[in-house]
Design a protein around this ligand. Structure first.
Ligand SMILES: Cc1cc2nc3c(=O)[nH]c(=O)nc-3n(C[C@H](O)[C@H](O)[C@H](O)COP(=O)(O)OP(=O)(O)OC[C@H]3O[C@@H](n4cnc5c(N)ncnc54)[C@H](O)[C@@H]3O)c2cc1C
Length: 464
C-alpha cells in the first residue's frame, strides 16, 4: 500500500521535486494520448538514472505497490497510464545519449531519450536510426522497446526488435540486468533484450538500450499517388514494394481522411479534387531515386493523379496528409484505435467488410482507415462510441482474427486489447506468457493491468 513511509522513501531516493502527488502535477501522466484511458495514481516518481530506478522499484516491491512505467505517454492502447492504485514511474529523465560508436555503427541511449533526439544524434554522426514514427518528438526509446514499435520504415529496416543490440533493465525486485556490449554474434543464453521488446512494462523497466544505426541516405523523394479503387491502390503498392530498392515507406489512406486532415489541421492536398484512395511512397538512396520512382509509377495501372515531392518542404506537406490523421481523428473525441495486420490476400476486401461490421454494431460510428500498407498494417480508428463501449472493438478484432490477421500490429495489447488476446493466441501460448510473467515478476508489481488477459476472460482457441 502507498503510505507516508513509502512516500518518504521515494522522496529520499529521487528528491521532493520528483515525487509528484498534486492532481494538477500528475494530470498529464494519468490520461493517455487519445483521452480514452484515464486513471488515478498516488504519485508520479521521476528518477534520473538507473540506480534511482532500481531503488524506486525495490521500495515499491517491498511495499507491495504496483508500478506503471511511462515514457512519452504516446502509446495508443492505454498501457502507460495508471488504473487506480499504481505509482507512475516516469523514465523521461533518463534521456542521456552516449557518443555514437562509429566503428560499430551503434549508440547507447537512456530509456527516456526521445526518438527525435536519437535520430538527430545518428544524423550528426553520419548515420540514421532505422525506426521512425509520427510521435517522434515525444515517444521515448524505452517506450518504443516496450511496445516493439514498428513505424514508417519497418519495410526497410525492421521494427524496434531489429534495432536492439544491447539492453539494461531493472527487474521487479530492483535488481539490474545489463548487457550493453552490442556484439552482433552472441549466443550466450536467453535473449532478454528481445524478450523485453513488446513486453509493455510487464517484465522489467528498460533503463538503457544499445541500438544499431543504419546508413544515411542523402537523397530522398516522395510521391502521392491517387487511385479510384482499393484494389488498384494495393496492386500499385505491392508492385512498388517489389521493384523499388530505394523504398523506405509505403502508406495507404482514404479520401475522407484527407478531407478531415485538411479541415482540422489546415493542411493542403495537392490535387484539385478528393480521390477515393491514396498511396504515399517514399524513397531514399545514395543517389537521386526520382527517376527510379517515376519509372516504377509509370508502369502502374489505375493511377488517376500523381504529385512528386523532391524538396524537404514539399515532402513534409505530403507527409502531413498521412501523419495528420492521428491528430485530426483525435479532434472528433476519444477514438477507438485498432491497429491490425492482415495477410495480403485479405486486404482488398477488408475496408468494405470492416465498415459493414462496425455499422451493424453501431450505425452512428465512423470508421477511419490508414496505415503502413507495405507490411499489411492498417489502423482502424472508430469514432463515435463512448470510451468504455467495446462493442465495435470486439466486432473489428473478431473480423481480423477470422481473416488470419493480428489484432495488434505495432501498438501492443495494453489495456485496450487484453480481453481479446485469445483471438490470436492459444491457451498454451497464454499459459507460457503467464509463466514468464510469474518467473520475472512473481508479486505482479510491474504494470499488472496490461497485456495478459484478465482472469476469467475467454480462452477459446483462435479463429482461423
Ligand atoms: C501521432 C502518433 C503516431 C504514432 N505512430 C506510431 C507508429 O507509426 N508505429 C508505432 O509502433 N507506434 C506509433 N505510435 C504509438 C506510440 O508512439 C508508440 O507506441 C511508442 O512506442 C510509445 O512510446 P512512449 O515513450 O510514448 O511510451 P508510453 O506511451 O509512455 O508507454 C507505452 C508502453 O510502454 C511501457 N513503457 C514505457 N517506457 C518503458 C520503459 N522504460 N520500460 C518498460 N516499459 C516501458 C508503458 O508501461 C506502456 O505499456 C504513434 C502514436 C502517436 C501519438
Amino acid at each position: 500500500m502507498f503510505d507516508d513511509a513509502l512516500h518518504r522513501t521515494l522522496v529520499g531516493i529521487v528528491g521532493p521535486s520528483h515525487v509528484l502527488v498534486d492532481d494538477d502535477l500528475t494530470a498529464g501522466y494519468r490520461v493517455d494520448w487519445t483521452g480514452r484511458f484515464r486513471g488515478t495514481t498516488p504519485a508520479v516518481v521521476r528518477p534520473r538514472d538507473t540506480a534511482e530506478v532500481a531503488a524506486v522499484v525495490a521500495a515499491c516491491h517491498s511495499a507491495g505497490v504496483a508500478l506503471v512505467p511511462q515514457g512519452g505517454n504516446t502509446g495508443l492502447v492505454g498501457g502507460g497510464v495508471p488504473g487506480d492504485a499504481e505509482v507512475v514511474l516516469s523514465l523521461r529523465r533518463l534521456d542521456h545519449i552516449e557518443p555514437v560508436d562509429r566503428r560499430a555503427a551503434q549508440v547507447t541511449v537512456g530509456a527516456g531519450a526521445t526518438l527525435a533526439a536519437v535520430q538527430q544524434a545518428a544524423v550528426d554522426a553520419g548515420f540514421a536510426f532505422g525506426v521512425d514514427l509520427g510521435a517522434r518528438a515525444a515517444a521515448t526509446i524505452g517506450g518504443m522497446v516496450a511496445t516493439n514499435a514498428g513505424g514508417l520504415h519497418l519495410i526497410r529496416h525492421g521494427g524496434m526488435r531489429q534495432q536492439v543490440v544491447g539492453h539494461e533493465a531493472v527487474l521487479a525486485d530492483g535488481s539490474v540486468v545489463r548487457h550493453l556490449g552490442g556484439l552482433l554474434k552472441d549466443n550466450t543464453g536467453y535473449d532478454l533484450g528481445s524478450l523485453l521488446c513488446g513486453s509493455e512494462g510487464t517484465l522489467a523497466v528498460v533503463t538503457a538500450v544499445r541500438l544499431r544505426l543504419v546508413r544515411r541516405s542523402e537523397h530522398r523523394v516522395a510521391a502521392l499517388l491517387a487511385f479510384t479503387t482499393v484494389d488498384a491502390a494495393l496492386e500499385g503498392a505491392w508492385a512498388l514494394r517489389d521493384t523499388l530498392t530505394s523504398l523506405e515507406a509505403i502508406e495507404l489512406f482514404f479520401g475522407e481522411g484527407v478531407e478531415l486532415v485538411c479541415g482540422v489541421l489546415g493542411a493542403t492536398a495537392p490535387f484539385g479534387v478528393t480521390h477515393p484512395v491514396y498511396v504515399l511512397v517514399a524513397c531514399a538512396d545514395d543517389r537521386d531515386p526520382t527517376d527510379d520512382l517515376a519509372g516504377a509509377v509509370d508502369g502502374l495501372d489505375g493511377i488517376v493523379d500523381v504529385a512528386v515531392a523532391s524538396t524537404a518542404e514539399r515532402r513534409a506537406a505530403l507527409w502531413r496528409l498521412r501523419e495528420g490523421h492521428t491528430e485530426a481523428i483525435n479532434s472528433l473525441g476519444p477514438p477507438h484505435k485498432l491497429d491490425i495486420t492482415l495477410p495480403a490476400s485479405a486486404l482488398p476486401a477488408f475496408p468494405e467488410q470492416v465498415r459493414a461490421r462496425v455499422a451493424a454494431v453501431d450505425p452512428a460510428a465512423r470508421v477511419w482507415l490508414f496505415g503502413h500498407v507495405g507490411d499489411g498494417n492498417l489502423h482502424v480508428n472508430v469514432t463515435g462510441p463512448a470510451p468504455d463501449d467495446d462493442r465495435t472493438d470486439e466486432a473489428v478484432l473478431e473480423l481480423v482474427a477470422s481473416l488470419g490477421g493480428s489484432i495488434s500490429a505495432e501498438h501492443g495489447i495494453g489495456v485496450a486489447k487484453r480481453a481479446y488476446l485469445h483471438l490470436n493466441r492459444t491457451p498454451a501460448e497464454i499459459a507460457a506468457f503467464r509463466a514468464i510473467k510469474e518467473a520475472l515478476d512473481p508479486d505482479g508489481i510491474l504494470n499488472p493491468r496490461v497485456l495478459l488477459p484478465p482472469v476469467g476472460a475467454p480462452t477459446t482457441p483462435p479463429v482461423r
